[in-house]
Ligand binder design. Structure first.
Ligand SMILES: Nc1ncnc2c1ncn2[C@@H]1O[C@H](COP(=O)(O)OP(=O)(O)OP(=O)(O)O)[C@@H](O)[C@H]1O
Ligand SMILES: [Mg+2]
Length: 239
């Protein structure tokens, strides 16, 4: 087991607002951690700060044992942002080819890698269409396919299943479980509590703090409830 993420007392303020208040947690290889918390809790900020896209005010965040940004390990991380960053005038295939090259995949490996990633998100038949003509869910699926390219050791997915229908959502989760079996570590944020049930550990971010961090089973018994949805509501004081 290898420590892929290691956050220690990470603090991030925006002006006077404390968004992350000494957040600590670890993610190991072969583990899926689901990050939940109300809108505005700081989930995306936590991800951006650990990836070096926002500067921490204090504390430490190690990604694959390095401080980010570090271009040497970028190719080992599959990151899917909450808002899609795609080239609208290019086709889905052209986007994938571009990002595959950016990740350093060899020309020979690219077609197979694209093929596999597209199958997972069921996008194969739309690949030649310009992204400007994609629906919201199709853009999410393309972003996820791009994150999967190049067999990253660490996946960081910020709300990957927004706008994705239940059948495909199930397929995406099957793929995440498979990747976990292969030793990939996955951090995924979600507002879908049934997805949080499928993780190894759930982190509940509330008021800038990691209020809970444990397996779904342990959390449910600690809160005396039967679902992660109830854990969430109870922690928020809604139950
Ligand atoms: N660049 C920024 N400048 C100022 N405030 C910011 C910035 N980015 C985020 N915030 C604030 O930080 C807080 C956390 O935002 P963040 O996007 O991390 O929440 P989130 O948990 O990802 O929410 P959601 O579930 O809606 O995606 C919010 O109050 C937001 O307004
Ligand atoms: Mg967010």
């Amino acid at each position: 087991m290898e420590k892929l993420l290691n956050l220690q007392a990470l603090r991030k303020n925006f002006g006077k607002q404390v968004v992350l208040n000494k957040v600590s947690f670890e993610l190991n290889s072969g583990e899926i951690v689901g990050l939940i918390g109300p809108s505005g809790a700081g989930k995306s900020t936590m991800i951006k700060t650990m990836l070096g896209m926002e500067k921490a005010d204090s504390g430490d965040a190690l990604v694959l044992s390095h401080r980010m940004p570090n271009r040497h390990i970028l190719g080992e991380i599959g990151y899917m942002a909450q808002s899609d960053a795609l080239y609208e005038s290019l086709s889905g295939l052209e986007n994938m080819e571009f990002f595959a090259q950016m990740k350093g995949l060899s020309r020979r490996d690219i077609p197979k890698a694209i093929d596999h990633a597209c199958q997972v998100v069921d996008l194969s038949e739309h690949l030649n269409k310009a992204v400007s003509g994609y629906s919201g869910g199709m853009k999410r699926r393309l972003s996820l396919a791009i994150a999967l390219l190049g067999n990253p050791r660490l996946l960081i997915l910020d709300e990957p299943t927004v706008g994705i229908d239940p059948a495909l959502r199930r397929k995406v989760w099957q793929e995440l479980r498979q990747l976990k079996q292969d030793g990939v570590g996955i951090l995924v944020t979600t507002h879908v509590m049934s997805e949080a049930e499928l993780t190894d550990k759930v982190g509940l971010l509330l008021d800038g703090k990691m209020m809970a961090f444990d397996s779904p089973e342990n959390l449910k018994s600690a809160y005396g409830v039967h679902s992660i949805e109830e854990v969430f509501l109870k922690a928020e004081g809604e139950l």
